[in-house]
Design a binder for this molecule. Sequence first.
Ligand code: IMP
Ligand code: MG
Length: 178
Amino acid sequence: MNKLKVLITREEIERKVAELADELRRDYQDKYPLLIGALKGSFVFMSDLIRKLDIPVEIDFVRLSSYSAGKEPSDKIKQVHGVKTSIRGRIKGRHVLVIEDIVDSGLTTRFLLDRLGRRKPASLKLCTMFDKPSRRVTEVPIDYRGFTVPDVFVIGYGLDLDEKFRHLPDLCVLEDQE
Ligand code: IMP
Ligand code: MG
């Protein structure tokens, strides 16, 4: 049996989103930034963030797949939808802000930043809600960070385990029970 344990409450998350939005508003007020969310996990954070931001932004999404199911990361990353197709041509000269749910090994974020960087944006920054630095295998510069989390598999607030639990409003961990 598994039991859900709350790691970060919805109230803490809400406060943090407001803080990040204040910071981003100051930095991007007159820049009409292009926010690019990495699907699927970032969709909850993205929707909360843009409503708190309250400045004009353009949003888009990319979908990256790391080929793996379950909890293990993989370094075989493939782009399923995004930069090559819908976003192509709209990056050059733009202030691009990548929105991530979590940076874990860093491999998917690194892959995305490298791809976007080649398209000559005016600026390219990263905002992630959760950061798990203990698992990093490649360097990823994080410009805006919500929470640092320990080396546990977290679910909720957009994050899944085999497509389940994304809807949970709190960030949780699954605890094994006897
Ligand atoms: P990466 O290891 O930094 O490349 O992370 C790849 C993706 O794995 C993230 O964008 C998440 O969607 C997912 N992921 C990483 N750690 C967790 C976790 O603790 N819970 C749920 N999903 C995770
Ligand atoms: Mg992700």
